[in-house]
Design a protein around this ligand. Structure first.
Ligand SMILES: [Fe+2]
Length: 333
């Protein structure tokens, strides 16, 4: 039978307002981004990384503190990651100008007075969970999340997933408040809707989920922090586990995932702790494998939500209003 349009079949699509993509109008969501693993930059070293729409360095001075700064020397644009650490200063390879961790140029090799505008952009930097993080902003709007136990009581393992995914990090955050996705892709069975009871922060959401997956009971607190972090902690196999996925953005429209698994040292001996850590990593890697084909091909476009999408629709509003900026634009590009 020939198909024809009727009044019940609209010929124009009605879409929800879009969420701005990273880099739209030169702006990026203001959040904590992973830059490198702590182990990738030793004392007295500098490394370079692509970040947002530009490049940064991570330097670690003699005091052991890491600092993320713009990568290009303001003198003539050399990449400082091929320079050297001299004490606590970064020395440019090109003309041996020197920079302190506050971004100030303190010396030229020629003896010329330092030009007034010769400085680097310094990102708010923090090092935690085995990762160096930079905040896209002059000042952080929020802190990295705390787990229910002090970091000092936790064993942590941090790894970078080798595959860079082709999507903005916040699109991954959208699965956290996505009831339908948890059920059909990750096989989580739950009664009621755990997403009816979300604790919204200015820059985060948290909720508790009691679910069964493959016959196994899971009890987790789930969260999305900023636009770059998934948080999960609770009970699996009768033990406490914690997990953070941090979403780096080497370029707009890409995401590199940092896997951070945590177990409590006091709950087992070395052997048991290592085995359970493997189990946590395997569980989370399994989740990513379930998601990867979707994440790598999605043309994210909020269009026609249905009843189960209540929380996701609220989250899309949260994302539309999320602060965006790019104070380092003039320095890192
Ligand atoms: Fe997923």
């Amino acid at each position: 039978m020939r198909h024809s349009h009727s009044a019940a079949e609209p010929t124009t699509r009605q879409l929800l307002d879009p969420v701005p993509q990273e880099g739209d109008n030169g702006l990026f969501t203001m959040s904590w981004y992973p830059i490198c693993l702590s182990t990738e930059v030793a004392t007295g070293q500098i490394i370079g990384r692509d970040f947002l729409d530009g490049r940064v360095i991570v330097m670690r001075g003699q005091d052991g503190t890491a600092q993320v700064m713009s990568a290009y020397c303001p003198h003539m644009g050399a990449d400082l990651s091929v320079g050297d650490m001299i004490g606590d200063t970064v020395r440019c390879a090109y003309h041996h100008w020197r920079y302190e961790r506050n971004g100030a140029c303190t010396a030229t090799a020629s003896g010329d007075p330092v030009p007034r505008n010769a400085r680097l952009f310094t990102f708010p930097t923090t090092e935690r969970f085995g990762v160096v993080w930079a905040f896209n902003g002059h000042e952080p709007l929020f802190a990295l999340p705390d787990l229910p136990y002090p970091d000092s009581e936790l064993l942590m393992r941090s790894e970078i997933h080798p595959e860079t995914l082709n999507l903005d990090p916040w699109i991954i955050c959208c699965q956290v408040p996505d009831n339908q996705h948890h059920r059909v892709v990750h096989g989580m069975q739950f009664t009621g809707d755990p997403l009816d009871d979300i604790t919204w922060g200015d820059y985060s959401l948290l909720y508790d989920m009691n679910a069964v997956k493959n016959g196994q009971p899971l009890s987790f607190t789930m969260g999305s922090i900023g636009t770059t972090m998934f948080l999960q902690h609770g009970t699996m196999d009768g033990r406490w586990m914690g997990f953070i996925a941090g979403f780096a953005m080497p370029r707009p429209g890409t995401c590199q995932i940092y896997f951070i698994a945590m177990v409590r040292a006091c709950e087992g001996d070395d052997q048991e702790n290592k085995k359970f850590m493997d189990r946590v990593m395997e569980f989370e890697m399994g989740t990513l494998i379930e998601d990867a084909p979707i994440f790598n091909s999605i043309h994210f476009r909020p269009g026609t939500p249905s009843g189960s999408d209540r929380a996701l629709v609220l989250y899309l509003d949260f994302l539309r209003e999320y602060p965006r900026g790019h104070p380092a634009a003039e320095y890192i590009r």
